[in-house]
Each structure stands twice: as structure tokens, then as C-alpha cells.
Design a protein around this ligand. Structure first.
Ligand SMILES: Nc1ncnc2c1ncn2[C@@H]1O[C@H](COP(=O)(O)OP(=O)(O)OP(=O)(O)O)[C@@H](O)[C@H]1O
Length: 442
């Protein structure tokens, strides 16, 4: 069976230390190089994701020149390699300049195996994250786009989009039903854009947002009314279930006769296509006498039900990435993606406000994130925010990240330590050690 463990390359010229390190990493496939030439050869042959590199290599074992040359060459060959450099005691400066040359992290000799183990593990974790985010950033946008601006990978939503495309070419009236924030307006716009009327205006009016007397003027107010403005295009009546019985009557008359009154008293003939949306159950409203049945049948020749975000598997993450890349670009360019705990939290959330809520949360998180990745805490979906206070130093930050990842893995595997260890990419004994170290038992 092929070895599936992640590959770690150790570049170290001291045979004693080589031996010591060989025993320390049971979770990885180890490759050991004693000088630059061997290191480069192994990098090319095995393409390890993480490398630990001693800066004092022959022929300059007491200096750092050969170490820096190796670092530069490796990064040139494989820039995504996470290289952790080792510096001698008191050589903090060279460690820092290695970081500015592209090293991922550093540790100081003499080696503390536990500390180095933690750094190596984090390096693998970060590498995996970056790879996953890069893959998704490449894969998602174009093929996940339907009807122009709609983003989805869920078959339920694809079906909706296909229906919209098909009815767009016809003259039938369409009623979109679905909860708030599911994308009804976006779909109505998509319908207009896919229809022969795309060159005409797309006029929207939200019937719930305007008091009744104003709504009447907005709709029917002669040449300046929304109905007349939609001539040659599409009129989108959002929240049509909220209009009063008197206005329902007037709307019915328009739908039948296709004319509105003008200032001069002459009726204006309006050629527009009506698309409606509502989050109400109109059939129940009809049964209760709150909505006219005759109007309903005029407006709803085709009814398209839009599934809630929760009913579209995978879409929360897909949309989150889309919104994040948009907002991060404008507001916080260092943010590159979503951390695994954020993805897990997106998955677990019920999304009562649907895509609109998701969009707002991602916008806020993009601003709040202070690293490369948006976390569950940034999304405000994280139960354990108490720990999210100011981070004192890198060690504390690592511990915090470890604790979060561990707690989440244990929660997701229902307390199964073996399963959680597997999910975290570490051995069971290592996980037990961490639980003890962080006093997370019980
Ligand atoms: N599938 C999607 N892909 C990309 N953006 C989306 C998607 N669905 C919704 N949005 C965006 O989410 C926000 C809410 O969508 P929209 O206004 O269309 O929802 P709605 O159902 O009309 O909501 P409401 O009933 O509250 O008016 C908009 O900014 C819209 O662009």
C-alpha cells in the first residue's frame, strides 16, 4: 500500500540530530538531506509540502550563507513549500531575515522536539488550507454561474434557473415564491435579461415597503408611474402578497386591460411583462379571503419556488467564497479564504435570512478578520467567542488555533478521539498529549 502520510523534508547536517528528528515524526514520511544538493534533489523528487532547514550547512556550517542559498533555491523551485528554518542560539536576526526571504517560520536551536512538532503540524495545516482555497478559487466562479449573476452548484437551484430560462422567452406571467433573501429579485432580473425584452427597462417596486396611498401613486401615477416606466420591459412587483384589496382590484384591471390613466385623462397603453414575488403563501391567503383568486391566476401562470439556502447543499460555502473574494478585495486585501472552522460553521448554520444574511455576515467578517483566513468567530457563528480576545503572541495564537480545531473535530466526530485525530491529521497519542497539554479533558 502506498504511504499516504504527508511528506516532510529535514535538511540537517548533524547526524546526531538527524537521528533524533527521525524518531520524532511518526505522522509524516520523512526525507533527510545533509546539504544543499541533496535537499534540492529531494525537493524535486518528493515535492514535500513542509521542509525544516538548518541554516548552518556545509561548506559554511558556522555561518548562514549556504542555508540562505538553499532557502532561495527551494522557494524558486516550489514557492508554496512551507520552509521552517532553524537558527543557532542567539541568531534571531538571521531567523527574521529568513522570514522576510520567504521562510514560513523559524525555531531556535537547541531543538525542542515538542515545539518544533507543533510548528511543523501548523505548517502542514496552513499549506493544506492554502491549497484548498486556491483550488476552490479557481474552480468556483465561472461554471457555478447561471443566469448571469446567480451563483449556485445545487441541483435544486439549477432547476430553478433552467425553468426561468425556459419561461423567459415566453410571455407567461411568473410568480417567484421563497423566503426573504433567497434571491427572488436576482432571479427576476435574470428572467428579464434572458427575455426578448432585455433591451427595455427592468422596473422594481417593493409593495411591502411603501404605504398604501403612496404605492397607488407609485404604480399608477400616469407617465411617471412605475407601470408606465416599465413599458417595453419588465415590471417586478416584489412582495405582491402585501398589497391591499383595493389595490389588488386596480392591479387586476391593469392586467386585464393593459392601460393606466394619464394626466390628460387619455388612457396610456402599456406593454410590460409582470413578474411577481412573495414570501407569503398566496394560496392560503386566497383561502382566507385576503388575496383575490382571479388576480392570482393572472399573475401566477407559472409558479417557481425558490429553495432556502439551507436546502441547497454546498451553496453556503460557494457563495461565501464568492462574497469574500469580492469584499476582501475592497476592504481587507490580506484575507485570502475561509478557515476550516468557518466552513464548518457555515455548514451548521440554519441561515434564516438566506443569501442576504450570508452576504452581510461575510462582509462583516472580511472587515474583522485579522489574518489570512476568516474564522468562525469572525462570522459571529462561533459559540466560544470568550477565547477570541486579543492574542498576546504567536505561541498563544497557535494554542488558540489548536484548541479551536481540536474542539471542533471532537464535536464533529461526536467525541470519538480516533476520528477526531484522523480529521486533524495527527495520531491518537498526539491528540491525547495535546488534550493533556491544553487541559482540555473532561
Ligand atoms: N445565488 C446567488 N448568487 C449570488 N448572489 C445572490 C444569490 N442569491 C442572492 N444573492 C444576493 O443576495 C442578496 C439578496 O438577494 P435578493 O434581493 O435577490 O433576495 P430576495 O429574495 O429578493 O430578498 P427580499 O425578499 O428580502 O427582497 C442580493 O444582494 C443578491 O444579489
Amino acid at each position: 500500500m502506498s504511504d499516504m502520510r504527508p511528506k516532510l523534508l529535514i535538511v540537517e547536517d548533524d547526524p546526531g540530530l538527524q537521528r533524533q528528528l527521525r524518531w520524532a515524526y511518526e505522522d509524516y514520511q520523512l526525507f533527510i538531506a545533509g546539504d544543499r544538493e541533496e535537499a534540492i534533489e529531494m525537493l524535486r523528487a518528493e515535492t514535500p509540502d513542509v521542509v525544516t532547514l538548518d541554516l548552518g550547512l556545509p561548506p559554511d556550517p558556522d555561518g548562514t550563507s549556504e542555508g540562505f542559498a538553499t532557502l532561495a533555491e527551494m522557494l524558486q523551485i516550489k514557492p508554496d513549500t512551507k520552509i521552517i528554518v532553524a537558527s543557532g542560539h542567539g541568531a534571531r536576526e538571521s531567523a527574521l531575515s529568513a522570514i522576510s526571504s520567504g521562510a514560513y517560520d523559524f525555531y531556535q536551536k537547541p531543538v525542542d522536539i515538542d515545539e518544533l512538532g507543533l510548528i511543523v503540524r501548523r505548517a502542514f495545516h496552513v499549506h493544506a488550507l492554502e491549497k484548498e482555497n486556491a483550488r476552490l478559487a479557481e474552480a468556483a466562479p465561472e461554471d457555478a454561474r447561471v443566469l448571469g449573476r446567480l451563483i449556485t452548484a445545487a441541483p435544486e437551484m439549477m432547476k430553478v434557473a433552467r425553468t426561468i430560462e425556459r419561461v423567459a422567452a415566453t410571455q407567461v406571467s411568473v410568480l417567484l415564491t421563497g423566503a426573504s433573501g433567497t434571491g427572488k429579485e436576482l432571479l427576476a432580473q435574470g428572467l428579464h435579461d434572458a427575455s426578448p425584452r432585455r433591451g427595455g427597462p427592468f422596473i422594481t417596486i417593493s409593495c411591502a415597503a411603501i404605504p398604501e396611498d403612496l404605492l397607488e401613486a407609485e404604480l399608477f401615477g400616469g407617465e411617471a408611474g412605475k407601470i408606465a416606466l416599465a413599458h417595453g420591459g419588465t415590471l417586478f412587483l416584489d412582495e405582491v402578497g402585501d398589497i391591499s384589496p383595493a389595490l389588488q382590484m386596480k392591479l387586476l384591471r391593469f392586467v386585464r386591460e393593459r392601460v393606466v390613466g394619464s394626466e390628460g385623462g387619455e388612457p396610456l397603453v402599456v406593454d410590460t411583462r409582470i413578474v411577481c414575488a412573495t414570501h407569503h403563501d398566496l394560496e392560503a391567503m386566497i383561502a382566507a379571503g385576503a388575496f383575490r383568486e382571479d388576480l392570482y391566476y393572472r399573475l401566477a401562470e407559472i409558479v417557481v419556488r425558490i429553495p432556502a439556502l439551507k436546502e441547497r447543499p454546498g451553496d453556503a460555502a460557494l457563495l461565501a467564497r464568492h462574497f469574500l473574494s469580492r469584499f476582501a478585495k475592497d476592504m481587507n486585501p490580506q484575507v485570502k479564504g475561509l478557515a476550516p472552522d468557518a466552513l464548518a460553521a457555515l455548514d451548521a448554520w440554519a441561515w434564516p435570512g438566506n443569501v442576504r444574511e450570508l452576504e452581510n455576515r461575510i462582509k462583516r467578517a472580511a472587515i474583522m478578520a485579522d489574518g489570512k483566513y476568516v474564522t468562525a468567530a469572525n462570522l459571529d457563528l462561533d459559540g466560544d467567542r470568550l477565547e477570541g480576545g486579543d492574542v498576546v503572541n504567536l505561541k498563544a495564537a497557535r494554542e488558540l488555533a489548536d484548541r479551536r480545531a481540536i474542539r471542533r473535530a471532537i464535536a464533529r466526530t461526536n467525541g470519538n478521539i480516533s476520528g477526531a485525530a484522523k480529521m486533524l491529521g495527527i495520531s491518537r497519542p498526539t491528540l491525547y498529549d495535546l488534550l493533556k497539554q491544553y487541559q482540555m479533558q473532561g
